[in-house]
Design a protein around this ligand. Structure first.
Ligand code: BGC
Ligand code: NOJ
Length: 826
């Protein structure tokens, strides 16, 4: 069942009912000011950091769901409703929500009154523009009341929802004409404030929540709205809000447009006040308000936003025989990559924005799907990430975007982290040809006095693996690898302990983690990423260093085949007792997905047919109609030596859930191995545009990937197998976005930026006759036509560039211009 449809011409998903199976959200802003907005206008805003600069409040996991938002209330002679249906939930005569690239348009209609609200954050602007167009579609005049509503958060989102003994006494606002200013804590330490304005005279306002809503009422029945009049309340502590009130009369057919702005202003401390020393300096806010105070200016701002997306999405554009693929590649997957690049795993409807900053591994992987869009921002991010590394190549697992400092609470020792830096730097160079990133001086632990070049950071990353091997010559698993929930040093039998930060006292003397537990996943990630480091060294003429690094990769491959090949697939790990994990010999969890793809893509055991055997085992043991489960059989009991993974009921999250992020590694690997049909099968099992038809089962947004889909074992422990199989969770912020972008564009469609140019190497469904790609790359534009007359999955017979045949499949780098490329497969 569907709850809307794709409108590819406008790049929108059009939601046709407010009662979606879960709130279906969008993101506004992609620079500094952000908003999350659901299809019923729920959500919140923040500046740069969802935890430390939260502007409006949101109630997580509320009953009913999705409470807190930017609400417009209409009281039309006693009929009270919202254009987005919620929170009043009066049945509407018509409803539609269009989520587009950085904007959302919600339209509701009731009793001949139509309200269309457009929400967006203009480019380079620290505020959300909300344009409300009210139209009387009836044949008689209409008089009604409009109320806006925003609830201020007192800046630090975590403190805001915990520290009431203080917070209820600090709230401060100013009201100046139609602008409500939020300036809590402005006196002492803040150099910033927020405001909510409307470009018209108002008939009243409220700034105190309890006066507007009523202590025992809810968002669904605010007293002031029901009474049909604002109370002109002035907040003094408690919970400050901003609500404008306006009485409106529209003749038959008449429309009125109002423009609301929810803005954020920062300024130097010495300019905070006007001469009286207590009134805030409103100069910047007024300039912001003026910027969008007419419908023409709003239209221009929206057009500018759309134009910037035309540009971003014009870098890579494909036309394949499958319009769902085109929709994902040309629009939604790229859009999601921008969002994950911006927010990492911090703020979504599953991430509260107060839990996590930017992850080292997460943000490096996000670069892979984003780097072609705005390489300069990718470069800046890579440098920020690398700055939180330690001199020995280890790194903080997370950092806060506002401070850019490593997060000491979480610390380091995640065994996979350093390798992702090699991958992101390589991706940046492959995209841009800008080798100068290697010369950037990058600090360790943010200490510039010990800065070294980025190249040196890659070296310590590479050797962090080499210098931390276990008994089989495989990388130590440490606190965890990519799979946070495989905790081989934890041995927790105490409820409430963190699996990742608690380490068994038995390992204390060894530095906190087992020197026996080894990760095969990190071993294969090493053999997959390592060659990039070697290629970089070779390019720089450092042949000896390159040879030394290559020798380490070769040795690792040998060690994997000697100790981590289980006959039909690769093991997952050795636990701290030296026992195999992810082996046929195991009772449960015999096969895991994570090491397999990277092993195949780095040709480990290829001469023995390991790649094809592994792909066959994956298909047999892990594949389902909704994607590949992470492991099989699911763990049905707690294995103290494995940690968190075995605490989850089977079929969920890392315990045999369909963890879509690592599905992409198998899609890439199948494509790499020439199995284009198999790759495409896995791709289409999880790609949102393909799951749209089963939105009722899938639940989360059909236009973006989620982190997890319930696996085939979901509910098995309680006799409910099959009920939640296929159900999505944790949508939007996941490495799935970047990796599936890589999988479809680079491995299946085969447009791979490489160090020396754009490589073309498709691995497609054999049924396809061909497809076309437009790719802007290093200043030139390539128009590539790929023909598949023999209906192969992979293999190239000829490549011509601007009419001349070339050797091999790496397109030359040009100094600008448009170049026609024809590729014949066969
Ligand atoms: C969660 C994982 C999550 C990780 C993030 C773990 O405790 O269960 O799913 O990825 O923390 O740090
Ligand atoms: C989500 C985390 O953000 C990511 O870093 C991790 O790799 C996966 N969970 C798997 O545990």
């Amino acid at each position: 069942m569907k709850f809307g449809h794709f409108d590819d011409s406008t790049r929108e998903y059009v939601i046709e009912t407010p009662k979606t199976p879960y709130p279906w959200i969008n993101y506004l802003g992609s620079e500094a000011f952000f908003g999350l907005i659901s299809n019923t206008a729920g959500g919140y805003n923040f500046y740069k950091d969802a935890r430390l600069r939260r502007i409006t409040r949101y109630r997580y996991n509320n009953v009913p769901i999705d409470m807190g938002g930017r609400y417009f209330y209409i009281n039309d002679n006693g009929t009270v409703w919202n254009p987005g249906w919620s929170p009043v939930k009066t049945e509407l005569d018509a409803y539609e929500c269009r989520h587009g690239m950085g904007y959302t348009i919600i339209t509701g209609k009731k009793n001949d009154l139509k309200a269309q609200v457009t929400f967006f954050v203009p480019n380079g602007y620290d505020g959300e523009v909300q344009q409300v167009v009210l139209t009387n579609e009836g044949s008689a005049p209409k008089t009604f009341k409009l109320f806006s509503f925003a609830e201020w958060c007192l800046w630090d989102a975590q403190d805001d929802c915990t520290n009431f003994q203080r917070n209820f006494s600090t709230g401060r606002v100013e009201v100046d004409g139609s602008v409500i200013y939020h300036k809590t804590e402005y006196r002492d330490r803040r150099n910033h404030y927020a405001f909510y304005s409307v470009n018209d005279a108002i008939d009243g306002y409220d700034t105190d929540r309890d006066s507007f809503i009523g202590l025992y009422n809810g968002f669904n029945n605010p007293e002031a709205v029901l009474a049909g009049k604002a109370t002109d309340s002035f907040a003094d502590g408690w919970s400050p809000i901003a609500s404008h009130y306006k009485e409106i009369t529209l003749a038959a057919g008449e429309s009125k447009t109002l423009i609301f702005i929810l803005g954020y202003v920062e300024m130097p401390v010495d300019q905070k006040f006007e001469a009286d020393g207590k009134t805030i300096n409103k100069v910047k806010a007024k300039a912001m308000i003026e910027k969008f105070d007419t419908p023409e200016k709003v239209a221009a701002g929206l057009a500018d936003l759309k134009a910037s997306w035309d540009k971003l999405l014009g870098i890579l554009n494909v036309a394949t025989p499958d319009d769902k693929v085109d929709r994902m590649v040309n629009i939604w997957n790229q859009y999601q990559c921008m969002v994950t690049f911006n927010l990492s795993r911090s703020a979504s409807y599953f991430e509260s924005g107060i839990g996590r900053g930017m992850g080292f591994r997460d943000s490096n992987q996000d670069i892979l799907g984003f780097v072609h869009q705005i390489p300069d921002r990718a470069k800046e991010r890579i440098i920020d990430i690398a700055s939180t590394q330690f001199p020995d190549g280890g790194c903080y697992h997370q950092y806060q975007p506002l401070t850019k400092k490593g997060n000491a609470d979480i610390g380091g020792d995640f065994s996979d982290d350093p390798l992702w830096l090699i991958l992101s730097v390589s991706a940046y160079i492959k995209e841009t040809g800008d080798w100068s990133i290697l010369d950037e001086m990058v600090p360790y632990d943010n200490d510039m006095s010990v800065a070294q070049t980025m190249l040196e950071h890659l070296k310590v990353s590479f050797y962090h693996i080499v210098n931390n091997l276990g008994p089989h010559g495989l990388p130590l698993a440490m606190r965890a690898d990519w799979n946070d929930c495989i905790n081989l040093s934890c041995y927790s039998d105490t409820p409430g302990e963190s699996f990742q930060t608690y380490t068994n006292p038995k390992f204390k003397a060894e530095g906190g983690y087992s020197k026996v537990a080894e990760s095969v996943m990190v071993a294969t990630l090493f053999t997959y990423t390592g060659p990039n480091y070697v290629a970089i060294l070779k390019h720089l003429g450092k042949d000896d260093e390159a040879a030394a690094a290559q020798a380490e990769i070769d040795k690792m491959k040998k060690n994997i085949m000697e100790s981590a090949w289980d006959g039909d697939w690769f093991l997952r790990a050795y636990d701290a007792n030296g026992e195999k994990m992810g082996s046929k010999e195991c009772e449960e969890g015999q096969i895991f997905i994570e090491p397999q793809g990277f092993a195949i893509m780095s040709d480990v055991g290829k001469e023995q047919g390991a790649d094809k055997k592994t792909l066959a085992a994956i298909d047999e043991r892990l594949n389902t109609e909704f994607g590949l489960v992470l492991n099989n059989p699911a763990f049905t009991k707690y294995y103290i030596q494995y940690g968190e993974i075995s605490t989850y009921p089977g079929g969920y999250k890392e315990n045999a859930g369909i963890f879509t992020h690592n599905n992409a590694w198998i899609i890439c690997a199948a494509a790499y191995a020439g199995e284009g049909d198999q790759a495409f099968k896995y791709y289409s099992e999880i790609a949102p545009a393909f799951t749209e038809e089963t939105s009722d089962i899938h639940k989360t947004e059909p236009y973006v990937y989620g982190q997890m889909i319930g696996g085939k074992d979901a509910g098995s422990d309680i006799g409910r197998t099959g009920k939640n199989f296929g159900q999505g969770k944790n949508s939007w912020l996941t490495g799935t976005a970047a990796w599936n972008m890589v999988a479809i564009s680079q491995y299946i469609l085969g447009v791979q930026p490489d160090f020396d140019g754009l490589k073309i190497d498709p691995s497609i469904p054999s049924a396809w006759d061909g497809f076309t790609i437009t790719r802007k790359y290093r200043g030139a534009e390539y128009k590539v036509t790929i023909k598949n007359p023999d209906h192969v999955c992979k293999g190239i017979k000829s490549v011509t560039v601007d009419g001349s045949a070339i050797e091999g499949n790496i397109l030359p780098v040009f100094d600008g211009g448009v170049h026609n490329v024809e590729v014949v497969m066969g």
